[in-house]
Design a protein around this ligand. Sequence first.
Ligand code: ZN
Length: 284
Amino acid sequence: MPRWCGAKGRHMKIFISSDMEGTAGVVDWSQCLAGQPEYDHYRTLLQDEVNAAIEGALAAGADAFLVNDSHSKMQNLRPDRLAGRARYLSGRHKPMYMMQGLDESFDAIFFVSYHGSMSAPAPLSHTYNPRAIAEVSLNGTVVGESGINSLVALGYQVPIVLVTGDDVTAAEAAKINPGIRTAVVKNALTRFAANSMHPAEACELIRAKAAEAIRDLASTEVPAINLPATLSITFRNADLAEMATWIAGIEPAGTTTVVVTDDDPIRLFRTFIHAVVLTRDIAE
Ligand SMILES: [Zn+2]
């Protein structure tokens, strides 16, 4: 089979879910919120990191890319500046959120510029909504967005082969995805401090790890999550947890914690998203 052939057909298709808090140099909300003075600068650093991931994969034989912008209003990238003639899925109100656009036709998944879970000592750590969610565990393991999003990858049987971000975030992603390549572009100090690589060096590392991940695609596996799977969600207050139990399948497990179990990982992910969206209304 020629190198440009993915296991699933003529093209080797890569799904990229891009966040922003994991970019080298980013340590504050003001740097990654549209409208803030520093945002325009940091969005170009994010764009460079996304492009580095695409370029590395291109060099290793991948030839089709979908970038699902997953940060804030999900319109942080410049479509005309995307490498690899990548398609760009942007904008708010996506039912599958950070995993919108993934299906079984993809060969691999990259998580670019990801951040740690709410309870992790990592820059700008949070789990979907920092005003509502205190901690989430999946089958007993504390997970962040990388772990929760892995449910969708499992549902479509696509391996997650690369995560970029800080060291704590990389370790979290590796708990659920044992074979994942990690491009650690900064070392976490606190939730608002990190020691970052120079952006040019960060991009070189991401390019190299993306290429490695694609070259070794045959040896990677889908996320290691036993089914049926249980998500346990601890909210920041009792009202939020009570509201989450309005959703079918979500049961109370204490004053601030709820649980939901499902044998369908995609349905489980969607139930979680419903809880995120519903509780947004009363999150302080
Ligand atoms: Zn995020």
